[in-house]
Write a protein that binds this ligand. Structure first.
Ligand code: S3P
Length: 440
């Protein structure tokens, strides 16, 4: 694979029909490597996402002496070294575009005996880290960031961490997970209270590895001193990747799409709730629990979507899906308003600004609000769109291309490989007219 710029071009007239399985969940893939590496025994993972972000986590643990075989068709075998078995890496750990890797690993690295430096690409190097560094420092960690609070993170080894009771100022599963993972090493307990519900994959997977976690309302507590025991992890398809296809099938004419084995953890299903409020035709079948995570098949058919005021209570449960939900809003009848979503400005890009700019380029009436967006649905023209190197912006505009009257040219699509390496192939397999052009 090269790093040459990659452009997507969509042509009008695509359709969305078929029966597909999407790649594995990114959040769960990261966590499977982390807990598998620190467990006692051999962990077998199935459905691992072979995207750049999760592979960066895998490489980081290899660099700390963990034997990891694979991935081969989504199967990874991790030979756990136990909570105290990691070795000092010989170079900084490069985590690419992966905010989840950096924030969760900050919590795992702070209590180790060795020093470590965590670095990332241009986008990750502009993402706020004080949200994890400050509470970790309160626990006794010694961590340095850039003066603005950005990576690289330089983490000093040999610090004994103490317990913490923390009221999280923002709804962030990454911050919550960072502190819970640091809690594996404390004398005492770590307890995190979140302002609204965020994804609970860390809590579920810790339990799957035999480690007790207590949840009371919005407060999660873990005590140090336990042991992680290797287990089998079966990773469902990522609902955040499914979201692109759910919106595509909702807005394209005569669409009928079945998405198999998708993770439908209730902390992640805000996208389904929002689309249903907009009038989407979504049926969920075959619901089951796979390795502690709710999983189901999702059928989506064309519908006439209408604009809505998105309830604030759904924001943290749909946080990664807003770029494509804005495309749904752009094709709906009436006005859609989102508030209370300022976190979108500090994702892989400022997702509010890039979506407003791109939608306006397509001729849509979209306005940026400090903490959200207002979109009046209407027709979309062709245009050239800057994705800002953000995977979800690039995929969202590929979906817009289904309805645009002309070609949509989307620039800087290389990072789609961080979360969805076979996006173009799968999109074309269900009827998108999407082409990839690599500059040489
Ligand atoms: C993630 C949490 C979310 C999400 C990210 C993955 C995780 O970030 O946006 O893509 O795996 O914990 P925040 O916790 O910063 O909201």
């Amino acid at each position: 694979m090269t790093d040459n710029p990659l452009t997507y071009i969509t042509r009008p007239g695509g359709s969305v029909c078929g029966d597909i399985r999407l790649p594995g969940d990114k959040s769960i893939s990261h966590r499977s490597i982390m807990l598998g590496a620190l467990a006692q025994g051999v962990t077998e993972v199935d459905g691992f996402l072979e995207g750049k972000d999760a592979l960066a986590t895998l490489q980081a643990f290899r660099a700390m002496g963990v034997r990891i075989d694979g991935p081969h068709n989504g199967r990874v075998t991790i030979y756990g070294v136990g909570l105290h078995g990691l070795k000092s890496p010989t170079a900084p750990l490069y985590l690419g575009n992966a905010g989840t890797a950096m924030r969760l690993m900050a919590g795992l690295m702070a209590p180790q005996r060795f020093d470590v430096e965590l670095t990332g690409d241009k986008s990750l190097s502009m993402r706020p880290m004080r949200r994890v560094v400050e509470p970790l420092r309160d626990m006794g960690a010694v961590i340095e960031t850039s003066p603005e609070g950005y990576p690289p993170l330089t983490i000093r080894g040999g610090c004994l961490l103490k317990g913490l009771s923390y009221d999280m100022p923002m709804a962030s599963a990454q911050v919550k997970s960072c502190l819970l993972l640091a809690g594996l090493y404390v004398k005492g307990e770590v307890s995190v209270t979140e302002p609204s519900v965020t994804r609970d994959h860390t809590e579920r997977m810790l339990r799957g590895f035999g480690y007790p976690v207590t949840v009371e309302g919005h407060r999660v507590t873990i005590s140090g001193g336990g042991v992680l025991r290797a287990t089998a992890v079966d990773i469902p398809a990522d609902i955040s990747s499914a979201a692109f296809f759910m919106v595509a099938a909702s807005i394209a004419p005569d669409a009928d799409l079945l998405l198999r084995h998708v993770g439908v953890n209730p902390t992640r299903t805000g996208v389904i709730d929002i689309l249903r409020l907009m009038g989407a035709d979504i049926t969920i079948t075959n619901e089951r629990l796979v390795g502690g995570e709710p999983t189901a098949d999702i059928r989506v058919r064309s519908a006439n979507l209408k604009g809505i005021d998105i309830p604030k209570t759904l924001v943290s449960r749909a946080i990664d899906e807003f770029p494509v939900l804005f495309v749904a809003a752009a094709s709906a009848d009436g006005v859609t308003v989102l508030r209370g979503a300022e976190e979108l400005r500090v994702k892989e890009s400022d997702r509010i600004q890039l979506m407003v700019d791109g939608l306006q380029a397509l001729g849509v009436d979209a306005q940026s609000l400090p903490d959200g967006i207002e979109i009046s649905g209407g027709e979309m023209d062709g245009a050239t769109i800057e994705s800002g190197g953000d995977h979800r912006i690039a995929m969202a505009f590929s979906v817009a291309g289904l309805l645009a009257k002309g070609e949509v040219i989307i620039r800087e699509c290389r990072q789609v490989a961080t979360s969805f390496p076979n996006f173009v192939e799968l999109a074309d397999s269900v009827g998108f007219r999407l082409q990839m052009i690599e500059e040489v």
